[in-house]
Design a protein around this ligand. Structure first.
Ligand code: GLU
Length: 475
């Protein structure tokens, strides 16, 4: 007997909820996985329980340390912190073998000596009889030779139904005879995925298995294994998959799917969480943080229909969280984005200009790249290179007006957007024209055609010297 798993610690009361996220480290953390992790996190927090993390690294050919890092990195970025230590599945193979032995001792599993060819023939025969695979060795038939190699299979029940009272999908009944005598240990003694998941969930004290509905049919098989071990199965909640905006299964052509790609696209993690929780769960409220959502989260309100990715909606959720985000944090993210995008290092004055612009600009930006774009006008150097449209506004007559405006603004003592806005209005009255006759040209002079907020704000953000300098450059 191996030492008892640490999850048998008394702190894990059998009555308290334990959820887990169990990714296979064969690639990046995908959006579907991130949502699964989030739902597990939310449900555990809702119930005052624990949310555990298990890395299912039993597929030695496909599991890589880089993929483990990428998954942990994605979860960290989303701030989905698990409780306790990470469980690595491969390291627990001896415990999985022990459980298989336990089943053999109980008569619910057996040594199976079928060769691959035999298996095919038997499968065909079983199917012809209207049942799943039944091994000829299930009832104690002698091995073909004393040293014949064998797998360990479960002796699947023949009668009755296997019921998964799924918390999301509703009752899912499968006839027991439709479930194979599943392999539990391969000929090399290695446990199969189906066995490892059951033993790990049991030892980790998992009460609720919340995962993608691509595992729905596995639930019935796993329930059969639980029964064969005389263990009570956990409750299952299979979340429907995420589809593209066209309703089709998510694929590359729908755009980014890995969490790190969303980060690179300039979405904030709190916005991602807020958006992801809405893929399947109806909370009735918009823009919840995961902390706000936790007390409201309810598996009964997770829908059965596949949800659809909607980038426009994600943009609007992100815009909401951008406006709320800390200025220094946004400045850092925007700076990093600009430096990487343009392959430059911004100097001290530019960093200050950028930092000053963030509190104003963040209210109008959808993403970090968008914010970087909005901030471009404070970073460009005099004399500005005007784009074609901006250039076309610089007629001689307008230049004379700009000269008068320069003189008018030079007298302005308070360089803040409210005073500057009033000064512009007063100037327009003096000139006997509407603001529409001044605005576009002034904007062109100040930004060269780059996006910018309203003129009062733009003037304030540039500062007196820079703003007057840019105007003077056009006169
Ligand atoms: N490792 C499985 C996967 O990544 C999940 C298994 C489970 O949640 O039971 O699809």
């Amino acid at each position: 007997m191996l030492p008892r798993a640490r999850f048998d610690h008394p702190a894990f009361s059998p009555m308290s909820v334990v959820t887990r996220f169990a990714p296979s480290p064969t690639g990046y953390l995908h959006i579907g996985g991130a949502r699964t992790a989030l739902f597990n996190w939310l449900y555990a927090r809702r119930m005052g329980g624990k949310y555990l993390l298990r890395i299912e690294d039993t597929d030695r050919a496909r599991s890589t340390p880089e993929a483990i890092d990428a998954i942990l990195d994605g979860l960290n970025w989303l701030d989905l912190q698990h409780d306790g230590e990470i469980t690595y599945q491969f390291a627990r193979a001896p415990r999985h073998r022990e459980a298989a032995e336990q089943m053999i001792a109980r008569g619910t599993a057996f040594h199976c000596y079928m060769t691959a060819e035999e298996q095919e023939a038997v499968r065909e025969k079983s199917h012809a009889e209207g049942r799943a695979l039944r091994s000829p060795y299930r009832d104690g038939k002698a091995p073909p030779s004393p040293d014949a190699s064998y797998t360990v299979r479960i002796r699947a029940p023949d009668d009755g139904d296997v019921l998964n009272a799924d918390l999301i999908q509703g009752d899912v009944r499968i006839k027991a005879r439709d479930i194979d005598d599943l392999v539990l240990l391969r000929a090399d003694g290695n446990p199969t995925y189906m066995l490892s998941v059951v033993v790990d969930d049991r030892d980790m004290g998992v009460t609720h298995v919340i995962r993608g509905d691509d595992h729905l049919t596995n639930a019935a098989r796993q329930i059969v294994i639980y029964r064969a071990l005389n263990w009570t199965p956990p409750l299952f909640a299979h979340v429907s998959l995420i589809h593209g905006d066209d309703g089709k299964k998510l694929s590359k052509r729908h755009g980014a799917q890995a969490v790190h790609e969303w980060r690179d696209m300039g979405y904030l993690p709190e916005a991602m969480n807020s958006y992801l929780m809405g893929l399947g769960w109806t909370s009735g409220q918009e823009n919840l943080t995961k902390e706000e959502a936790a007390p409201l989260f309810d598996l009964a309100k997770v829908g059965k229909a596949p949800s659809r990715l909607d980038f426009k909606k994600l943009d609007s959720v992100n815009a909401h969280f951008m406006a709320l985000a800390d200025d220094q944090r946004l400045a850092k993210l925007t700076l990093a984005h600009i430096e990487q995008r343009d392959g430059v290092t911004l100097g001290g004055a530019e960093r200050i200009a950028l930092a000053n612009a963030i509190p104003v600009l963040k209210k109008r930006a959808k993403t970090i790249p968008d914010l970087a774009d909005q901030a471009r006008f404070v970073l460009i150097k005099r004399p500005l290179a005007l784009d074609e449209k901006a250039q076309s506004l610089m007629k001689d007559e307008f230049k004379q007006r700009l000269q008068r405006l320069h003189a008018h603004l030079s007298k302005e003592t308070a360089w803040d957007h409210v005073s500057l806005g009033s000064a512009l209005k007063a100037f327009a009255t003096e000139e006997g024209v509407g603001l529409g006759q001044i605005g576009p040209g002034l904007r062109a002079a100040l930004t060269g055609g780059a996006p910018a907020p309203d003129l009062g704000q733009a003037l304030e953000l540039l500062g007196r010297d820079e703003a007057l300098g840019r105007i003077a450059d056009q006169i």
